[in-house]
Ligand binder design. Sequence first.
Ligand SMILES: [Zn+2]
Ligand SMILES: [Zn+2]
Length: 243
Amino acid sequence: MYREFFKYEVSKLEPYELLTDESKKHIETAELIDFEDLYLEGSEVLIVKYQRITGTLLDGKALKILEELRVRRNKFTHGLHRDFIEPNYIVEAIAEFLTLIWGTSWISDFRDVMVTEPLYGLFDDDEENMQLLQYLKFFEDYLSQRKFKKLIGMPIIGRRYLCPNCQENVIESGSQIDANYACLEPNEPESIEIHCWLCHGYSEVERRECSQDSCRSNVIYPEDSWKIHVNNICLTCSGEQGN
Ligand SMILES: [Zn+2]
Ligand SMILES: [Zn+2]
């Protein structure tokens, strides 16, 4: 995957730079050459060219991960399969690549190419968010909270709350996955608004204690909301509040 990313970024600016010097010579002649017959630069050279052409400097940690991936890839392609590869290694490697190299714009880039199937009652962005929610939960199952929050650009510190917009869609579409990617905005104890890192919407909240005995939260979605499923609930335990 990472190689395709570098190829794409280089080819947007200087497509000839994807080719080795030998292949560049070929296309300068009058001979008719098929693209398939040309040689593309290998990963190591591509990474150097990517940095020079895009003016992006990859830090030591990113380069270390790329080197590790190269070695692993070689072992699995050409080696004797003496090492095992665990799913969490793959998920962590993808997350590191997205966080350190692609950056948090990966989410909006991914949205652009996501194939969506309309769910019951949901269309467009709402439906996209519900699909994205499944991917986020998948990453979350494998990553530490810190790594996960960095991956989606959420603040590292601060409690997480249900987003009333997304949670309404979760219930509406019959999903079982809670959409708890909202933080207080600003991320301070007294705030009366939350921001969701899935739908990027904002919601006003009331700061009063949850009426459920077992819950110590104090972020409540107001009663007079037009949303039918999440109206008057606690955004931590989703418990309905008395009037
Ligand atoms: Zn949301
Ligand atoms: Zn509660």
